[in-house]
Design a binder for this molecule. Structure first.
Ligand code: 5RP
Length: 233
């Protein structure tokens, strides 16, 4: 089973399990979510499924529109039934790293106002501990003017390296949909972290907008596996 097939299986299963008619859905970002939207569009065509989709990024908005699904926002729909999103890594306690695509702020807001957050991912994201499989670290969205002191404070307090995310051509830093920068904090995997404490401490640093640590948020996770089955936690 290829990774793309595994993503697709997980996404289809999650939609079929959690999405009913008249659901207000948060639509996550990344490559796995594309398959979830594909399934929503298919159900709309074949079964007349009627849902409203609230995007977590520019990418998600485009995806919703290009699949001819109904677009909403938090002003119209301040309470969502269910958000479906991807993740970069999921540990055994369902602590997530998100933000590989730089959309963590809106993803956390939309998930935070949803009754349920459902994660869809391939087998590479399934870890015992954060950092076992995902080596790019925890993304932290920061206000541009404060990136340097935040970078230094994180490194002094927790060690590892907090690197400013650069665009592919290294022409400049990646700018998020909200006009901010991203630090990717690669933490030392030799240490055991209390992720709740880390998350709260980093969030309290002036200039930090949000972290890519999602704790006690995921209601269920669907992993597409190598053998073609879906593992649900
Ligand atoms: C974007 C995210 C994505 O959900 C995460 O990076 C997973 O992406 P993919 O489905 O492409 O592996 O958090 O900010």
């Amino acid at each position: 089973m290829s990774i793309e097939e595994a993503k697709r299986l997980a996404a289809f299963k999650a939609v079929d399990t959690f999405i009913q008619d008249n659901t207000i859905i948060g639509v996550g970002s990344g490559s796995t979510i594309v398959y979830a939207v594909e399934r929503l569009a298919e159900l709309k065509r074949t079964k007349n499924l009627n849902v409203v989709c609230v995007p977590t990024s520019f990418q998600a908005r485009q995806l919703i529109l290009s699949n001819d699904l109904k677009l909403g926002d938090l002003e119209q729909y301040p309470k969502l039934n269910c958000t479906i999103d991807g993740a970069d890594e999921v540990d055994k306690n369902l602590v997530l790293i998100k933000g590989g695509g730089g959309c963590l702020l809106q993803e956390k807001i939309i998930a935070g106002y949803s009754e349920k957050l459902i994660i869809v991912a391939d087998y590479n994201k399934d870890s015992q501990h954060l950092g076992d499989n995902y080596k790019k670290g925890i993304p932290i969205e920061v206000l541009p003017l404060a990136y340097k002191p935040i970078q230094m404070r994180i490194q002094e307090k927790y060690r590892g390296s907090a690197t400013l995310r650069m665009s592919k051509m290294k022409a400049g830093p990646v700018i998020t949909d909200n006009g901010n920068l991203i630090l990717d904090w690669v933490f030392p995997t030799s240490e055991t972290f209390n992720w709740d404490e880390v998350n709260k401490t980093i969030k309290m640093m002036p200039g930090v907008i949000e972290t890519g640590l999602f704790i006690n948020m995921a209601h269920a996770v669907f992993f597409g596996t190598k053998d073609g089955s879906v593992k649900e936690i």
